[in-house]
Write a protein that binds this ligand. Structure first.
Ligand SMILES: Cc1cc2nc3c(=O)[nH]c(=O)nc-3n(C[C@H](O)[C@H](O)[C@H](O)COP(=O)(O)OP(=O)(O)OC[C@H]3O[C@@H](n4cnc5c(N)ncnc54)[C@H](O)[C@@H]3O)c2cc1C
Length: 251
């Protein structure tokens, strides 16, 4: 179950000053095992300064291709994210677990709300979606936004929110109730809502959606970090929680 596979790094693409996309080479004899659903993640293991470190990274590639790729944003002082964004090179081998997770794209008319590195599972969903897809994506600036150009090339209803920069046609704000209402214009019915980002974004957005009549069964979310508040953790919807940290992901 917890088996790790040794995978070659095939490609490393710088995304922003502090983030990269990493693509793995998957040998044909295990490519079936690495099939995944949009929204799922892999766990990477590495020995860093004599300590075994394991961290999860959501797949950002299209599940309908054989590509396995992740987008990693460096966290100040972060062991694995610093290693992955600064030290690896093409041809290095990383120990990787098979894709897993319950934050799974179910298609249909979707609204995705995310910030910072929370874009990664959402990008995979966008790449594989065949129907209406509305994206609300928050960052500090264009320059700090992972996959900004790639997303603009996807034919979806994209809304960018920048907290530290004024950009024509974009919101100059953080993601909040008013941004969501301005984008959705009261159209909350028969849509699936996928949220990924800081805990506060998930909690506030979920409350706002429920207030607007969205059923909890239509709200899906992925937390990249441990949540301490007991009343907001829905075990049926969250994935394996790896570490106890404070998250600031909008830049
Ligand atoms: C299911 C899942 C999917 C994930 N997908 C992605 C992904 O696609 N891309 C991605 O970049 N990350 C993702 N993460 C987060 C990732 O697993 C690591 O937690 C992150 O890279 C930090 O690990 P680290 O070893 O560098 O930091 P650590 O060494 O664990 O932490 C170092 C310091 O940084 C703080 N810190 C850690 N993380 C954050 C943060 N996000 N914001 C602010 N401070 C922090 C800690 O409190 C600590 O003080 C995901 C997590 C989960 C559980």
């Amino acid at each position: 179950m917890n088996k790790f596979y040794s995978l070659d790094i095939k490609e490393i693409n710088p995304l922003t000053l502090d983030s990269v996309e990493i693509k793995f080479d998957i040998p044909s004899d295990i490519s079936e095992k690495f099939k995944f659903k949009a929204g799922q993640y892999i766990t990477i293991k590495n020995n860093i300064n004599g300590e075994e470190i394991r961290r999860s990274y959501s797949l950002c590639s299209n599940p309908n291709t054989n590509e396995i790729a992740v987008g990693v944003k460096r966290v100040d002082g972060g062991k694995m994210s610093t290693f992955l964004t600064k030290e690896i090179k093409i041809g290095d081998i990383l120990e990787v677990m098979l894709p897993t997770g319950n934050f799974i794209f179910e298609g249909g008319n979707v609204v995705a709300i995310c910030a910072g590195s929370g874009i990664t599972p959402i990008l995979s969903m966008m790449k594989s979606s065949n129907s209406a897809f509305t994206l609300i994506y928050g960052n500090k600036t264009i320059e700090s936004s992972m996959f900004y150009n790639e997303i603009r090339d996807i034919n979806s209803d994209n809304h960018f929110i920048f907290s530290k920069e004024e950009v024509e046609g974009c919101f100059h704000s953080r993601i909040n109730d008013s941004v969501i209402e301005t984008v959705l214009q009261g159209d909350y019915k028969n849509r699936g809502f996928y949220i990924c980002g800081p805990g506060e974004l998930i909690d506030n957005t979920e409350k706002f959606l429920i207030k607007n009549g969205v059923k909890t069964s239509d709200i899906f979310f992925e937390r990249f970090t441990l949540v301490k508040k007991k009343n907001v953790v829905d075990k049926s919807k969250t994935d394996e929680i790896i570490c106890n940290i404070t998250v600031i992901m909008d830049g």
